[in-house]
Structure formats: C-alpha cells, structure tokens
Design a protein around this ligand. Structure first.
Ligand code: FEO
Length: 170
C-alpha cells in the first residue's frame, strides 16, 4: 500500500478513536449535570465514532496496509455550560471534516482510487454529523436560560437508537 496514504489512514484511525473518547467525555459531563438524554445521545455517538475508526482499520487490513495504533490524549472533561460542551463537539466535527477532505486530496494525488472511493462515505457522513451538531448547538443556545426547554431537548435526545452495527460505522 502507498506509504503516505497508509500513514494518513492510521492518523485518521487515531482521530476517530479520539472522537470516541471526546464523545464519551461529553457524555460523562452530561450525566454529572443530570441531563441523561444528552448523555445517552453522546454515548451513542461515541459508539458511532468507534465504528468509523474500525471501518478504516478493516480497510487498511484489507488493502495489505499495517495498522499502527497511536496513543490517545485525554479529552476535555469539564465545560461551563451545556452549549459549551455541544460547541466543542461541533468544532471537533468541523476539524474532522477538514481532515477527511485532506485525506481525499492525498489519496487522489497518489492515484489511490480504492481509498478515494472508500473515503467518499466519510465525506457524506461528515456533512450529516456537522449539520446535526450545528442544529443541536443552536437549539441548546436558544433554550439555555430556560430549564423547561433544555429538558424538552433532553427528552428528545434520549430517544436516539443505538447504531445497528457499531463496527460498521453506519
Ligand atoms: Fe467520525 Fe464524528 O466523525
């Protein structure tokens, strides 16, 4: 496998596992402030992130690349408000989208068509994840001074179903 692409995919596996960690940390924060619906939603998202990492892990193996797992830093643990926690998630998703776009650029310039096609799934996924985080952030901002509104969002988030197959990242 092209060594530049292999290295970049390993770095993306790392970024997705960091996302897993970050969402878990946000989930723990929401549990600590008794917003269990938010905590549930973030925990489900963490599962999705682990799926994103594993999809790349499987692809690298399938293509004869070498998986090299990297150390994961501790994520932020505390936020000043629910909207600040959701804003961290939104900014993180934007940064992940930039990374994915750069990966597509690299795979394309290296003529690695298999990787380019595989990454298209991530490009679409990022459009959805950014949009979801953006909506949630703005809704939380809108109701932040109104506990009733926050509890209504909390109830909605509690209904998020678990991913069908976490390891598929779907
Ligand atoms: Fe795997 Fe939320 O990006």
């Amino acid at each position: 496998m092209n060594p530049k692409v292999e290295k970049a995919l390993n770095e993306q596996i790392h970024a997705e596992f960091f996302s897993f960690y970050l969402y878990l940390s946000v989930s723990a924060y929401f549990t600590a402030i008794h917003l269990e619906g938010f905590a549930h939603w973030m925990r489900i998202q963490a599962q999705e992130e682990s799926g994103h990492a594993m999809k790349l892990f499987d692809f690298l193996n399938e293509r004869g690349g070498t998986v090299k797992l990297l150390p994961i830093d501790a994520p932020t643990r505390e936020w000043a408000s629910p909207s600040a926690a959701v804003e961290t998630v939104l900014n993180h998703e934007r940064a992940i989208s930039e990374r994915i776009n750069k990966l597509v650029d690299l795979a394309t310039s290296e003529n690695d068509h298999a990787t380019t096609v595989m990454l298209h799934w991530y490009v679409s996924e990022q459009v959805e994840e950014e949009a979801t985080a953006d909506t949630l952030f703005h809704q939380v901002k809108m109701v932040e001074s109104n506990p009733h509104g926050l509890l209504m969002i909390d109830r909605e988030l509690a209904a998020r179903p678990a991913p069908v197959a976490a390891t598929q990242g779907e």
